[in-house]
Structure formats: structure tokens, C-alpha cells
Ligand binder design. Sequence first.
Ligand code: NAD
Ligand code: ZN
Length: 221
Amino acid sequence: MDPGLIRRCAADLVNARHAVAFTGAGISTESGIPDFRGPSGIWTKDPEAERRSYEIFGILKAIITQNIDGLHQKAGSKNVLEFHGSIYKLRCIYCGCRFPRSEFEVEVREKKVPLCRKCRSPLKVDVVYFTEPIPGDVYELSFAEAMKCDLMLVCGTSAVVYPAAELPRVAKRRGARVVEVNFEETPITREHISDYILKGKAGEILPKIVEVVKELRKKSF
Ligand code: NAD
Ligand code: ZN
């Protein structure tokens, strides 16, 4: 891991007006949830990794995640946009309202269809399946962030699933700096969408960036 690039990324974060993150399955692998395309299972489960790597998300204005595992929120991050939904939520097929799955345990137990508290239409799991369109609200909010940001930190995604993979491309077109954290190159590295890539484990790289960010911030006060 290049210490020069860690410093560069930390400085970019400190200087950014509106930094956002775009994450994929690779941000969760070290918490024991396997990804799809990365070489999974090559390291052992490290429960501490989750907290360490997520610390950086406190300095970001928004986190757009393709993950459905709810780990960003569990780690305390705010303004998490779950582009592909969440396994912990149900969504109304009519009005799109979301509700915590835990509120419908009775219906699930009695094998009744859970109904929307607002419009009484059936609820389905919030997860977006491969052929399904992205729900309009999260789609719009995510693309608005991609257009607004001046720095996008792209962590642990192979950037091949569309329309999500369009987000760093949009950010780049709007003049944002795009920084990747991944242990392998992706199409956005090869197409020079990302300005640079920090190669390695997110759980090791992100805490190092946080350390330098803290140093730089101390210096500026
Ligand atoms: P992906 O599996 O296609 O790619 C994961 C990427 O992360 C790879 O490029 C890999 O090299 C990298 N990676 C893996 N572990 C890493 C680590 N510790 N540090 C740095 N980089 C690491 O995942 P994707 O791009 O998110 O696309 C898969 C789709 O499947 C997503 O849309 C998501 O909805 C879904 N999915 C979600 C989860 C989850 O919720 N945790 C898990 C698997 C798949
Ligand atoms: Zn409804």
C-alpha cells in the first residue's frame, strides 16, 4: 500500500466541499459477507474490521451503497442510500413506502401478506432483484449526489452492475475527483474514470486514511 496515495486521498477528503462514497460488496467481505466477483474467502473473518473500516464514513456527506446488508447503518453512518434496497426493510408495491421488516413479525408468523400502513397495498422485500428497476426515490437521490459531489470514494465494487456503475461515471463527467479502494483494477480504473486507485483491503486502507485526515484537520485549526 502506497503511503503517498493514502496522504493524497486524505488531503482530497479534507479539501472536498462535498465528498460521497459509493460502495459495493467488497466493503462487507471483511465482516464475513462474501462478495460476488472478488476472490472471496482468502482471509478469515475479522469482526473488528467492520468498525475500523467504517469510521471513514463519518466524514462523508452521503454513502450510496449497492449492498443490502445494512452494515453502514449498523456502523453508525447517516445518509445511507441503499441503491439495491435492504434485507431489513419491506417496500410497498404501490406507494413505495418502506417499513422495518421487524414490525411485521406477526404477519410473517401467521403467513399473512404484510400491508402498507399508508395505503394498505401489499409490501414486498425492499431488495431490488436483477431484472427489477431501481426505486425512483433512491435512484434520484443517488444520482443527485453523484452530480453534486466533488469527490467520490468508490470502495469495494467491481463497478459492472448497471445502473449503479453509472454513478462514478456521472461524478467524473461533472468534474468530481474519483478515488477507488479495491484490491483489483476495475473497468473504471481501466477507463480512467478513477483518478487513482488505493489497492488493498478496505479494512486496512480506510482506517489509515482516517488517521491522516485527523492529522490534517488538527493542523488546520
Ligand atoms: P462484486 O462482488 O461485483 O465486486 C466486489 C469488489 O470488491 C471486487 O472488485 C473485489 O475486488 C472488491 N473487494 C472485495 N473485498 C474487498 C476488500 N476487503 N477490500 C477492497 N476491495 C475488496 O460487488 P458489487 O460491485 O457490489 O456488485 C455486486 C452486486 O451484488 C451489488 O449490486 C450488491 O447489491 C449485491 N451484493 C451485495 C452484498 C452485500 O450486501 N454485502 C454481497 C454480495 C453481492
Ligand atoms: Zn403504500
